[in-house]
Design a binder for this molecule. Structure first.
Ligand code: C5P
Length: 299
């Protein structure tokens, strides 16, 4: 009998995504406040002949299963660093929207990394795992740590943020994904010829998170990728309006989209907004989730 290890990993929403000018390396400087939300992928690793990825769930067909899969890359990088053959079957039970701006691919990478680390008993330190995460993608370190954090640099340099309560969200999943690089390129196009300010974390936002106050958080939410995401996908304006009309405290695009996020007063209100969004016909499906959620966790 071969042993299997499963790690549960959360999705995220950016409660602030302040984007600076493009850097010489092509990345953008960020003040990125991540909040992990209770929608999860389960990543299971099992010893195998060679490296193989499978995926299950309603959107599994949209997940690449070749070497470009970020979970496969995570396993390959860890194996190489420790002189181990990456002989592992990675199965992703996917519940996080695919290419939706909720860091589903990053979550799978962090999950595969933690699971393979346990399977192979590499003894890697937390710092080493976080460094591998940063190498894999700007959002991957946060998927490992979860909770809430401010990410600076390209978003990978994290400082934990205190959250004093539970926030209730609705996520409206759109048909089809949006490419993150394409949304950043649209940001560059829309801001060309302007002085893009240095991104800084909002003090009002930090205070709202610390207080656990949804009304204050609603007033402080911001996402500089919202305008470029709406420019590429104008129909998202209708989804945002439908959620606001249904009683959400605030509506914004999640990360680079096209998932839209709605902050609500409480769980009952979240259910009402989710039902109204589903009935509105402006999204494929609406999910409710609470935050903060823990980071990658062995099951
Ligand atoms: O780091 P990650 O691979 O997730 O980034 C995907 C793409 O998003 C990058 O290739 C880049 O085009 C864009 N990006 C950016 N600035 C960031 C993070 C991502 O321009 N801080």
């Amino acid at each position: 009998m071969s042993e299997s290890i499963t790690v549960r990993v959360p999705a995220k929403v950016n409660v602030q995504l302040a984007v600076g000018a493009a850097r010489p390396d092509g990345f953008h400087g960020l003040a990125n406040v991540f909040l992990a939300v209770g929608l999860y992928d389960d990543v299971t690793v099992t010893p195998a002949d060679g490296l193989r990825v499978t995926c299950s769930g309603p959107d599994a067909a949209q997940v690449p299963l070749d070497a470009s899969n970020l979970a496969a890359r995570a396993a390959a990088v860890l194996a190489e660093r420790h002189g181990i053959a990456p002989d592992v079957h990675i199965h992703i039970a996917k519940d996080i929207p695919v290419a939706g701006g909720m860091a589903g691919g990053s979550a799978d990478a962090a999950g595969a990394l933690l699971a393979c680390d346990a399977l192979w008993a590499t003894g890697a330190t937390r710092e080493e795992l976080l460094a591998i995460c940063a190498e894999l993608g700007s959002d991957v370190p946060f998927s490992l740590v979860g909770g809430a954090a401010l990410g600076v640099g390209r978003g990978e340099q994290l400082t934990p943020v205190e959250v004093g309560g539970t926030f209730h969200w609705v996520f409206a999943v759109a048909d089809g994904g949006l490419s993150t690089p394409a949304v950043y390129r649209e940001f560059d196009r829309l801001t060309a010829g302007t002085q893009v300010p240095e991104p800084t974390a909002s003090a009002a936002l930090m205070e709202a998170l610390r207080a656990g106050d949804p009304v204050a958080l609603a007033a402080a939410l911001s996402n500089d990728l919202q305008a470029p995401a709406l420019s590429l996908r104008p129909s998202l304006a209708g989804t945002l309006a439908a959620g606001t009309a249904a009683g959400a405290l605030a509506a914004l695009v999640s990360g680079s989209g096209p998932t839209t996020a709605f902050l609500t007063e409480d769980e009952a209100s979240a259910r009402k907004v989710a039902d109204a969004l589903t009935a509105s016909g402006t999204c494929r499906t609406a999910r409710i989730a609470a935050s903060p959620a823990p980071g990658a966790t062995l099951r």
